[in-house]
Ligand binder design. Structure first.
Ligand SMILES: Cc1cc2nc3c(=O)[nH]c(=O)nc-3n(C[C@H](O)[C@H](O)[C@H](O)COP(=O)(O)OP(=O)(O)OC[C@H]3O[C@@H](n4cnc5c(N)ncnc54)[C@H](O)[C@@H]3O)c2cc1C
Length: 477
């Protein structure tokens, strides 16, 4: 490993050999790493089927990007645990619904993250759940099912079986308040959202940023689809914002942004132009020309997006330096944007930062290579699989003119190559980067894949077989 100094790269740093014995503190049938929608649903389903399950999560609640990351997007249940979650959140009063009645000037408003392409006045429904409250409910559900959930516990390594030809994980190593400890198990589930367990187990993966924009100007640098930090402001008077947009003819707030920039109140990179183009990224998360916001959680509360500058090509899932840079940069952007809004934009005078995501979420991390890698060709050909996990799902690609395809995903996408007792879920399923914005990463699907993984793992424990020996011939959903 080398380090960078003011005069460029310095000599490689020396390596230190570390060897220590780690106590085994837990043993379970099924060990799940990460409690995002994938890991959460896997642990819950497997425990409900009678398996002994341990779940490790580095933050203080389940839900991943959707709770710790403040994403909070709700919707109609797609069945199974996802529907149950939506019903539980509704019962607890955690669902907030914005429509054209509560937000008459929202549809078609250029500040809207999701509804900006609608015609002004169009009906819309935006449902969100309160991320902090949702985390409490999800934690309670795991308790009820008997899952041993270890929060504030970071997965750091993997111990593989020793015998020749034995490609199984024997234990994971974690760090928490008790120090470094091992957890042994029979089946392991990848729920880190970034293929971290896959990487530590030595299974193959493709780095984020694998495919690139099909622009002539591309310089060959692998740039992942940027990750992002979400944050909330409350006490926003959106009617006053709209009056400013109309009266000052400033729909994108460009005039007040220019004023703040001239006064030295905004970092140069805060409002970047969207990347134009017909490639698969389009303008998705590549630059924010103006304030990007969406109603969430309560009247007067809005969620804002800060994305990593695309040009920086940060791989936050595999580089501590990149992760630290992204965190410093985006926290700075949040402070600057909040200050700008309060000082320059009518309607924000009394608004306050109500929360910042616990981390910069990764959109395009490691993509594990499974026994099947779901691809754009599979979708376009509407390919059918004998081991499909769902009945055909209708999904639209924005870069194919929103043409809907009826897709199926085979169980083999849950089975990583090279390791025999590991099952994939969520954003760590086996798929090509260019299917990310289809179905392969959204909250409902990540919950579904978790539930399928938990079901498969519990069946394997019952039958005393490995996941690759499991006969899968019936769709689960
Ligand atoms: C900024 C951003 C915005 C998004 N917006 C949307 C959206 O609008 N709609 C939508 O449907 N999807 C959205 N997504 C995508 C969606 O949130 C993810 O694809 C989905 O959450 C993936 O689920 P997952 O369970 O695989 O992983 P994650 O949600 O990433 O959860 C992984 C969990 O594992 C834990 N973890 C990771 N490493 C370790 C470790 N070493 N030890 C212990 N625990 C660990 C994390 O703390 C986290 O809780 C967004 C993603 C990002 C990053």
């Amino acid at each position: 490993m080398s380090s960078n100094g003011p005069d460029g790269p310095q000599a490689p740093m020396p390596a230190i050999h570390e060897e220590r014995t780690v106590p085994v503190e837990h043993d379970a049938d099924i060990v799940v790493v990460g409690a995002g929608p994938g890991g959460f649903a896997a642990a819950l389903q497997a425990a409900r089927m009678g398996a002994k399950v341990i779940l490790v999560e580095k933050f203080d609640m389940p839900g991943g990007v959707h709770t710790s990351g403040l994403q909070g997007s709700a919707g109609a249940g797609v069945g199974g645990i996802h529907s149950e979650l939506m019903a539980r959140f509704a019962d607890e009063g955690l669902i907030y619904t914005a429509t054209e009645k509560t937000h008459p000037d929202w549809a078609g408003n250029p500040l809207s993250h999701y509804e900006r392409f609608k015609t002004p006045g169009d009906p819309f429904t935006r449902m969100t759940f309160n991320p902090e409250g949702a985390g409490c409910v999800m934690s309670q559900m795991l308790e009820e099912a008997g899952v041993t959930a270890l929060y504030q516990t970071r997965f750091v390594d993997c111990v593989m079986a020793q015998g020749p030809g034995d490609d199984r994980i024997r234990a994971i190593v974690v760090e928490n308040a008790s120090g470094r400890q091992a957890i042994t198990g029979r089946i392991f589930i990848e729920g880190s959202g970034t293929g971290e367990l896959v990487a530590r187990a030595g299974a193959p993966f493709v780095r984020g940023g694998g495919g690139q924009p099909d622009t002539a100007a591309w310089d060959g640098v692998a740039r992942p689809i940027p990750g992002g930090l979400l944050w909330f402001m409350n006490n926003v008077d959106f009617d006053a914002v709209v009056r400013h947009q109309r009266d000052a003819q400033d729909p994108l707030l460009e005039k007040v942004i220019a004023e703040a920039q001239a006064a030295g109140d905004l970092p140069a990179d805060l409002y970047r132009p969207r990347m134009a183009g017909s490639n698969i990224y389009g303008d998705f998360y590549i630059g924010h020309p103006t304030v990007d916001m969406s109603p969430i959680a309560a009247d007067g509360t809005y969620c804002f997006w800060q994305n990593v500058p695309y040009e920086l090509a940060l791989h936050m899932d595999e580089s501590a330096a990149d992760e630290a840079l992204a965190t410093r940069l985006l926290r700075g952007f949040v402070a600057a944007e909040a200050g700008f809004l309060r000082k320059y934009v009518p309607g924000f005078e009394n608004a306050a930062i109500a929360g910042v995501g616990r981390y910069v979420g990764v959109r395009d991390g490691r993509h594990p290579v499974g026994e099947h890698v779901f691809s754009l060709e599979d979708a376009r050909a509407e390919r059918r699989f004998p081991d499909a996990v769902t009945r055909p799902m209708k999904k639209a690609f924005h870069w194919d003119g929103h043409r809907p395809y009826e897709i199926e995903v085979p169980f083999r996408c849950f089975l990583p190559k090279k390791v025999d007792n590991l099952i994939l879920t969520g954003a760590s399923l086996s798929f090509t980067y260019d299917t990310i914005f289809m179905v392969m990463r959204n909250f409902p699907w990540c919950s579904q894949t978790g539930e399928i993984a938990g079901f498969a793992a519990a069946r394997c424990i019952g039958q005393k077989i490995g996941p690759k020996e499991l006969d899968w011939s019936q769709p689960y959903f």
